[in-house]
Design a protein around this ligand. Structure first.
Ligand code: SAM
Length: 219
């Protein structure tokens, strides 16, 4: 296992360990933009069979399941998926998958991921987008929610090496984990994914509350 594999495995462990507290945290974290997010989900193209990558505790899964025909929700952490399963959403199925080592078994009408792309290191970026392409029907769309640099205030410690930006996170018991955290400027991200075959628009969300969320709709 090289250093990057080791960090990505730490990243998975960090979220497994955090699963129990995560749902309350994400609800509170996204609260200032909750209404806007609801509008965006409701008017999004996430209506058919949808793949959600890195679903976490299901904050988005629940909202998307109200407009989608079916949601397949993947995450690396079984602890997170147990929370999603506990929501008992009739049109949602869950599966554990390491998204850096996952081959799509089928193709979906739409793909969604939130607060995930920031955790994809540059060295795995193109491979990740190849996986997204392979999982998407030719007519499909990709919707992303992620964070711009205005959200950096949530980090206690940032190691800003441009090739591998890292955030140092601490669990309640004091254990520390280094995770990949890239705060994309929307234009920078759109420029980076255009040669990989994805174009679209970015909508800033939460600016009036001093927040840096971004909603992307791509095709
Ligand atoms: N999308 C959810 C949300 O917005 O609340 C969760 C986002 S959370 C910041 C990142 C998620 O990525 C965690 O649920 C974690 O378990 C998952 N994760 C981390 N590494 C992963 C990997 N290699 N494969 C799949 N999921 C992974």
């Amino acid at each position: 296992m090289d250093d990057l594999d080791e960090m990505l495995s730490q990243q998975q462990q960090y979220y497994r360990e955090r699963a129990r507290d995560y749902d309350a945290w994400i609800n509170n974290y996204l609260l200032p933009a909750e209404k806007k997010f609801e509008e965006l989900v409701n008017s999004s193209p996430l209506t058919g069979d949808i793949l959600e990558m890195a679903c976490g505790s299901g904050y988005w899964t629940e909202r998307i399941s109200r407009v989608a025909h079916h949601v397949t929700a993947l995450d690396g952490s079984q602890e997170m998926l147990d929370i999603v399963d506990g929501r008992q959403l009739p049109n949602v199925s869950t599966a554990q998958a390491d998204l850096f080592n996952w081959n799509p078994p089928t193709q979906w009408d739409g793909i969604f991921f939130a607060n995930w792309l920031a955790h994809v290191p540059d060295a795995r970026f193109e491979q990740f987008w190849r996986t997204v392409s392979a999982a998407l029907l030719p007519t499909g769309t990709v919707v992303i929610m992620d964070v711009a640099p205005a959200e950096k205030f949530i980090e206690e410690e940032v190691v800003d090496d441009s090739s591998l930006p890292i955030a140092r996170r601490r669990l309640k018991d004091g254990r520390r984990f280094d995770i990949v955290k890239k705060y994309w400027e929307p234009e920078e991200l759109l420029d980076r994914i255009s040669p990989l075959g994805f174009t679209g628009k970015a909508t800033p969300v939460g600016q009036e509350a001093g927040r840096g969320f971004v909603w992307y709709e791509l095709e």
